[in-house]
Design a binder for this molecule. Structure first.
Ligand code: DP6
Length: 386
């Protein structure tokens, strides 16, 4: 077997990883927790191939050839090759890698986590590497280690200076809380942001709040989140999720010079969620934001039609084509009642502030695809879709 194709999930953290204690090995300052999203709606797909004919390692991402001498990619390949169980000449063969996402890059969703998890899973199969692969994905991109497993996943920061115990472990499988749903709201925005790697590096140097967060908040918060997940306690889960997102963004503002990832629409979404929860006198939906303006909602299945109706009312789509606008699980939104609208003290936006919406659920970890039609490389090891 010289070719392997895999898919791997995108993950969205509910306890954020923000700050490294070791830049080179990508070791975090705190534990983090995320859900892996159903690969049916969002995933990376990667084909890896080895051959005596290949002159050098090469990589194509979303149809473009990229520099295979990128440090993070080299580190991933190095770790894999250290652990490979291949015998004979095949050990020395070069590899071709071709990777793509099943969602538009224009959606502006972080894809490196799914991409590196997928690469680690595919290479592990090709090189017959046994055991944990989260540490290998981690050296590509920290959050990628959480995409090597399904369900809700905790990345344990570990204490070993070499990172031997900085690994991802599953907290609950998708079947433990099957009612959990995720809505990804893609906010229209074209500004280039400071990368999370640079943002966190700056934060570690300059933010006093980050120090406080790591020492005094995180140890307890991670345990509380794990308990909320085990107990299926949505209220606690949602409150911790929102507080942790807010604190990460407070850290980015406390960074000097500051990094500002959310925009006015992001803040308006936060307002709307709190107003809605107050209006229904319960905590029915939680938001979280990564290093960008896009919001992700966590909510329960029974509330999705109502929340979709609320989003449609306050953030109307500019798009007449709802098939293009709404992706993932098909849901018929319920229009909010007049009574509810009166209680929510938020002005509706002009159409088009959201460009895309994906409704999905918690899903499994990476999978190997055995159908030949799934391969992204032809027999010469070149991308099929040129
Ligand atoms: C805000 O994993 O992209 O999404 O380790 O430098 O590659 P590197 O950073 P990355 O950071 C993700 C940060 C985050 C929060 C999270 O996913 O936990």
């Amino acid at each position: 077997m010289n070719t392997v194709t895999c898919i791997a999930p995108v993950n969205i953290a509910v306890i954020k990883y923000w700050g490294k204690r070791n830049e080179e090995l990508i070791l975090p300052l705190n534990d983090s927790i995320s859900a892996s999203l159903d690969t049916e709606h969002l995933c990376a797909k990667t084909t890896v191939m080895i051959s005596p004919e290949f002159k050098q390692d090469r990589i194509w991402l979303n149809g473009q050839e990229e520099n295979a001498n990128n440090v993070r990619l080299l580190n991933c390949l190095l770790e894999m090759r250290k652990r490979m169980q291949l015998t004979g000449q095949a050990k020395h063969w070069k590899v071709h890698i071709c990777s793509e996402n099943n969602f538009p890059t224009a959606a502006g969703l972080a894809s490196s986590a799914a991409g590196y998890a997928c690469l680690a899973a595919a290479l592990a199969k090709l090189y017959k590497v046994e055991g944990d692969i989260s540490a290998i994905a981690r050296v590509g991109s920290g959050s990628a280690c959480r995409s090597t497993l399904g369900g809700f996943v905790r990345w344990h920061k570990g204490s070993d200076p070499n990172g031997a115990d900085s690994l991802a472990k599953q907290v609950i499988p998708p079947s433990h809380w099957p009612e959990m749903r995720i809505l990804v709201l893609v906010v229209s925005d074209h500004k280039k942001k400071v990368s999370s790697a640079i943002g966190m590096k700056r934060g570690v140097i300059s933010s006093e709040l980050l120090k406080y967060r790591v020492e005094h908040i995180m140890p307890k918060r991670v345990e509380e989140m794990e308990q909320a997940l085990l107990n299926k306690d949505f209220k606690s889960f949602a409150e911790i999720t929102m507080k942790d997102s807010n604190q990460m963004h407070a850290v980015t503002l406390d960074t000097y010079p500051p990094c500002c990832y959310m925009n006015d629409i992001s803040h308006k979404i936060i307002d709307l969620v709190h107003s809605y929860n107050a209006a229904v006198n319960n905590v029915k939906v939680a938001y979280t934001f990564d290093a960008g303006p896009n919001a992700t909602f966590y909510l329960l299945e029974e509330d999705v039609p109502k929340i979709m109706g609320i989003i449609d009312y306050y953030f109307p789509s500019a798009n007449d084509n709802m098939v293009e606008y709404r992706k993932g699980i098909v849901v018929e939104p319920i229009q909010p009642s007049k009574d509810l609208l009166e209680k929510i003290n938020v002005e509706p936006e002009t159409p088009g502030k959201l460009k895309y919406m994906i409704c999905t659920r918690v899903g499994d970890g990476p999978k190997v695809l055995y159908d030949q039609n799934d391969t992204l490389l032809n027999s010469q090891g070149l991308p099929i879709k040129a």
